[in-house]
Write a protein that binds this ligand. Structure first.
Ligand SMILES: Nc1ncnc2c1ncn2[C@@H]1O[C@H](COP(=O)(O)OP(=O)(O)OP(=O)(O)O)[C@@H](O)[C@H]1O
Length: 316
């Protein structure tokens, strides 16, 4: 199913005021497509992921909309979202594998979790075992404790569990972080395999790992300070990034075999604005080498080529 997020604004209530964590995020994911979502820490990636499935008590939907297969998701209404949760939209949350209860065997933990979501374990057990086999885990994994599994094995269990009801949209939030490269690859391949087998419709793959995005994602959205900066098919974005922030982000990726002394990477000078009181206009303007007067006004997120959208007055 297609996913359309338009001008989504989700703020956090805090004692010091409203944190404008998402303040105009837009993206479109096609049916069966994997979209990588990248951007510096604190740009709103996890807030985006969480708001599509369950808002916590401090989150407030301030504006914008999310449509799944043309139908509006009632993201601000916790009860109305029950109809969509896990079945239509599912999430592999950040740090999911570390949240496993160390005193429960995997099978018992899965049974309790499924039953808390109204799914009868006995009805799904065969399919659960089949999918565990598909990701290279025998059914005996259900008898083991989390401590007996490697990080990659735990993350594959989390993947199987999160997708057992064949969600139309899976949000994978840093699903491969904290794993070694071999396990990263195994989890990434399992995600793609599940998409190819139709267990997952579309996917938002939230990560800091641009190399993995290049391998895995059909399209990429780059976020900056709560907004979409650029969105394009992956090869196009890597070949011809148009937003100055995307260019700087790509040039900050270290090359294998190059020492710090040899490389001329400068990183991205400065730091992102505080989202409690962000600047008006383009939020990147204070760090942008191309900034000029017009950047005092917010640039629209417009299509500059087929499927390629940029929020920059200087993008051609
Ligand atoms: N519960 C909260 N209360 C107040 N502010 C929050 C809360 N959670 C996140 N924020 C703020 O919202 C902004 C976006 O955070 P978010 O975690 O969505 O970013 P992120 O891009 O996922 O970061 P990371 O890559 O580090 O996971 C940040 O400024 C963060 O400090």
């Amino acid at each position: 199913m297609t996913v359309e997020v338009s001008e989504l604004r989700v703020h956090y209530r805090t004692l010091r005021g409203s944190v404008q964590a998402l303040d105009g995020a837009s993206l479109e994911v096609g049916d069966g497509e994997v979209m990588g979502v990248v951007g510096e820490s604190g740009c709103g990636k996890s807030t985006l992921g969480k708001s599509l499935i369950r808002m916590d008590g401090r989150m407030r939907h301030v504006g914008g909309s999310v449509r799944l297969g043309g139908e509006e998701l009632p993201i601000a209404d916790d009860r109305a979202m029950q109809r969509f949760r896990y079945h239509e939209v599912s999430l592999i949350p950040q740090y999911a594998m570390s949240a496993m209860n160390p005193t429960r065997r995997i099978g018992r933990m899965i049974r309790e979790l499924l039953e808390s979501r109204g799914v009868r374990y006995a009805e799904v057990r065969r399919e659960l075992e089949r999918r565990l086999e598909l990701v290279g885990l025998g059914a005996d994994v259900l008898k083991r404790f989390p401590i007996e599994l490697s990080g990659g094995m735990k993350q594959r269990v989390v993947l199987v569990l999160s997708t057992l009801r064949d969600p139309s949209l899976l949000i994978a939030d840093e699903a491969t972080s904290a794993l070694d490269v071999a396990n990263q690859r195994a989890v990434a391949e399992a995600l793609v395999q599940f998409r190819d087998r139709g267990f997952i419709g579309s996917m938002l793959f939230i990560t800091h790992d641009l190399a993995l995005v290049a391998q895995l994602a059909d399209t990429v959205t780059v976020m900056y300070a709560g907004r979409s900066a650029e969105s394009a098919p992956t090869s196009e974005l890597l070949r011809r990034p148009r937003h100055p922030y995307t260019r700087m982000l790509l040039s900050a990726v270290p090359e294998v075999g190059t020492t710090i002394d040899e490389s001329r990477q400068e990183g991205i000078p400065g730091s992102p604005p505080a989202l409690l009181d962000p600047p008006s206009g383009c939020r990147f303007k204070d760090r942008c080498p191309l900034a000029f007067e017009q950047c005092a006004t917010r640039p629209p997120f417009i299509e500059v080529a087929s499927g390629h959208r940029v929020a920059c007055w200087k993008a051609e």
